[in-house]
Structures are given as C-alpha cells and as structure tokens.
Design a protein around this ligand. Structure first.
Ligand code: SAM
Ligand code: SF4
Ligand code: F3S
Length: 439
C-alpha cells in the first residue's frame, strides 16, 4: 500500500559508489509512488535528501560542507533535511550533534523505511534516527523507462582490507538468492532494458544456494545469460583479484552478452604494501591473472583502482606501483591517495606519508594513467563497434554520448531519439581520451 504524505517535492544529492547510485534510484521510485515528485532544484524542494559516502575523508568533508549549507538555508526557508547512507551508519548521532538542522537519519540497511520515518517527522516527532545492522532487504524496484539498470546481487563485504571502511558501514557479505535475481531480470527484460550491471563489493565471492546446489558467480552468469535472452549486455562490478578464477574468465570468452571489460582493482604494486593492506594476493599473482585474462579473452579491457600513500609506503614501493601500471597497460585507473579511516586496521599504523608527498605521487600516477589510457585507445582507433547511446552531451546539445562494450565513451552528432538504442560506430578520432565518430 502506498503511504500518504502531503504534496511535496524532493531534491536528492548522491555521493559514493554504484551501490549508492542503485539505492538512490530505488528511493526515488519509493518517493514517486508516495506522490513526492522531483524538484527542479534544491531551493524549490520541501525535502532535501543527501545519500552519503564514508570511504574517504575527502568525500565526507564535501558532504559536511553540503550539510552546513543546507542547515544555514533552513534559517531562510522551511524544508526537511534527510541524511541517508554510509555516513549515517558510521557517525549516527554525531551528525545531529554537529548539524541540528537535520530532521532524519537513515542507515544503509533500511532505505525502504524512508517514508515511515518521513511521516514521523511530518507529525512533529523530531529528529528521527534509524541505523544499525539489520537484515538487508534487496529492493526490486526499477523505473519503467530505464534502458540501463543496476541489479545488486550482494551486499556488504567480508574482506576487511586494512584501509577500508566499507565492511563497517555495510556489514558482512550476503549473497542474494538467484531466484530473486532472475525474477528482477525478467521484469527488466520485459520492459526492454538493454544493459544490466550486476553489483557487489566483491562479485567473485558471490555464493548462494540454488535448490540443493551452491551457485557461485560464474554459475550465476551462466544461468542469467541462458535464461535472459533480450538483455543484450551484462556488466559486473567489482571483481576482487583474489577471487577471479578460470571459470569466470571462460564466461567472458564463451558468452557474447557479457561485456569484455573487467574492473580489477590492484590497489598497489608492492608486495609489502599489498600484505599490509590485507589484499590476499601478491604482485606476481596479479600479473599472472592479467596475463591469463589477456591471453584467453580477445580484445578485453582491464581497468583498476590504485591507492597510493598507504602508511610506510616509500619511494621504492611507489615505483613498483608505477612499473606495474606500465606492465599491465590499464585501460583506465581510478586513483586515490590514502585517507586514514578510524576503526580500520590500518588506522593504527598512522599516516606516515605527508600530504605534499601523497599529492606528488598521485599526480605521477594520474599522468601515467592518462598516457597509458591514451595509448590503449589509439590502438583501438579505426574499429567499428556496437555502442549503446546514453545521453545528449552536456557540452554540445547536437551531440550524443554512447558507451562501448569496453566501457569507453564515444561522442557523435545525432538525434535524441537514438538514446537507449544500439548503433554501430567507427571509432574515428580521439579527443583527449574520448572517441569521436560520425553516424
Ligand atoms: N570493493 C572494491 C575493491 O575491493 O576494490 C572497492 C570498493 S571501494 C568503495 C573503492 C575504492 O576506494 C577502493 O578500491 C580503494 O582504492 C579506495 N579506498 C578505499 N578506502 C580508502 C581510503 N581509506 N583512502 C583512500 N581510498 C580508499
Ligand atoms: Fe573495501 Fe576491500 Fe571490501 Fe573492496 S574488498 S569493499 S576495498 S574491504
Ligand atoms: Fe562510499 Fe558506502 Fe559506497 S562508503 S564507496 S557509498 S559502500
């Protein structure tokens, strides 16, 4: 039953990873079902929701800034300020203490209870808080006009990489029941969805029971691609290198519905640092895995995450990371410098690399990435490839943005009606690291 709330308009700001993005999309559907519509901007909203991320201090600082802004705005106009997501789980009451203007706080486990809590706030019970680890409920909602969808297949993480807050704010890993995943995919298929990204912090440790048998991630991929015929592309995020096996790599070879792109965060190139990070593999293991992938899957792209400035990292460790990047020739890398996170194992190691040095090392990593990324893309120029058209370019309204199977952007002139369709395009030029093409 849809809960009654007075006519309101909302503004939602989303931070963090794809999991947060997927949950924000679900919350928007829940709001719409209750008659709460999107506002054109935050100034015209009766309800402002901030979906937060705690992974780095830099992310949290930005959100503290937004909270300060909205609490200040509350002196001039009346609206409800809601904070949801990972910062709610990590900081709980501290958020209220520092920002008394907040009306409700909801953690990562209970977003489906948002309307209940909102009604309490509307009834004058203020402020409201609901965090703490309960059973996670996977939402099954998708909007009808989506041609791309995220489908979470797991929640939480058991890896406890020594620098990472995620297991503390998302709890222990749970794998979603395959029947429930298939049910959701069938609905998406019937609605004409073109691309689905299967989500989890570590999809390769997916393990659920299907009838009598255990279903691991490659088995889930096989089940999905066997039974879902109308969704053309499947992607998955994120793969932990310690759990990728030959069975998964074979899935990329034998099944053309699975995009030949793998995001494989290496984090570092030094065995000493990888061990302190508790990553569960060595540099040699990682390089052997990359060789196996490249030798088995033709025309595959590999992207990664790199984290420099971990406690005790010295110049030699750093150089090993740069050398590893050169050796793999990543198609792209998300690069970060270490932020100490209270409560994690690495917090006790201090923060030994000074900020200036972290910034210098990060800059070098970014330059290396840009150069390698461009080289990899130059190698692909001239190919004709299917592209899923995603949006109108923000820079030039006559141009459209599309994405290849390899997760590369292509810009070309075309009509808006192409959005949501596959077209074949020749990768003709490279502008920076974006491909350009013509219809
Ligand atoms: N589950 C994924 C994995 O194992 O690679 C990554 C999830 S995490 C949300 C995304 C990235 O944030 C990590 O790969 C790491 O590079 C970065 N990260 C995590 N903790 C960090 C910290 N304390 N400081 C800076 N970056 C961090
Ligand atoms: Fe964090 Fe490691 Fe889990 Fe990824 S695998 S979410 S980096 S603890
Ligand atoms: Fe951030 Fe939470 Fe994702 S901490 S990276 S939004 S799981």
């Amino acid at each position: 039953m849809t809960a009654f709330v007075p006519k309101m308009r909302y503004w939602l700001e989303n931070y963090g990873c794809q999991m947060n993005k997927a949950e924000a999309q679900v919350l928007e559907i829940i709001l719409n079902k209750s008659g709460i519509e999107p506002a054109p901007d935050s100034i015209h909203a009766d309800l402002v929701i901030i979906n937060t991320c705690s992974v780095r201090k830099t992310a949290e600082d930005r959100i503290w800034g937004r909270l300060g802004y909205y609490c200040h705005l509350k002196r001039e106009k009346d609206f409800i300020l809601a904070v949801i997501g990972c910062m709610s789980e990590r900081l709980k009451e501290e958020l209220f203490e520092k920002n008394p203007g907040i009306d409700l706080i909801l953690g990562t486990f209970q977003k489906q209870h948002f309307i209940d809590l909102l009604q309490k706030v509307l009834a004058g019970e203020k402020p409201q808080i609901q965090v703490a680890n309960q059973d996670y409920e996977f939402a099954r909602l998708h909007s009808k006009d989506q041609f791309k969808a995220f489908v979470p297949i797991m929640h939480g993480c058991n890896n406890y990489c020594s620098y990472c807050i995620v297991p503390f704010v998302r709890g222990r890993e749970i794998s979603r029941n395959p029947e429930e995943i298939m049910e959701e995919l069938r609905v998406l298929e019937a609605r004409g969805t073109k691309e689905v990204t299967l989500l989890g912090q570590n999809v390769n440790s997916y393990n659920a029971s299907k009838g009598e048998k255990n279903c691991n991630f490659p088995a889930l991929l096989e089940l999905i691609t066997r039974e879902i015929s109308e969704i053309r592309w499947f992607r998955f995020l994120t793969s932990h290198p310690k759990d990728v096996n030959a069975q998964l790599i074979q899935c990329l070879v034998s099944n053309e519905k699975i995009c030949r792109h793998i995001h494989l965060p290496v984090q570092h190139g030094s065995n000493r640092i990888l061990s302190l990070m508790n990553r569960g593999y060595t540099r040699e293991d990682y390089l052997a895995l990359v060789r196996m992938i490249k030798n088995t899957v033709s025309d595959v792209t590999i992207t990664t995450d790199i984290l420099i400035g971990f406690p005790t990292e010295d110049e030699a460790d750093f150089m090993l990371t740069k050398e590893l990047m050169e050796e793999v020739e990543f198609d792209d890398a998300f690069t970060y410098y270490y932020n100490p996170r209270e409560g994690t194992a690495a917090f006790g190691l201090g923060d030994t690399v000074c900020r200036e040095e972290k910034i210098r090392r990060l800059r070098e990593i970014i330059e290396t990435n840009q150069r390698l990324k461009q080289k990899r893309k130059l190698d692909r120029l001239g190919r004709t490839t299917p592209v899923l058209v995603e949006a109108v370019s923000k820079k030039n309204k006559k141009e459209l943005l599309g994405r290849t199977e390899h997760d590369e952007m292509v810009v070309f002139e075309g009509e808006e009606k192409l959005i949501g369709n596959f077209i074949n395009l020749r990768l003709m030029e490279l502008s920076g690291t974006t491909f350009r093409s013509v219809l």
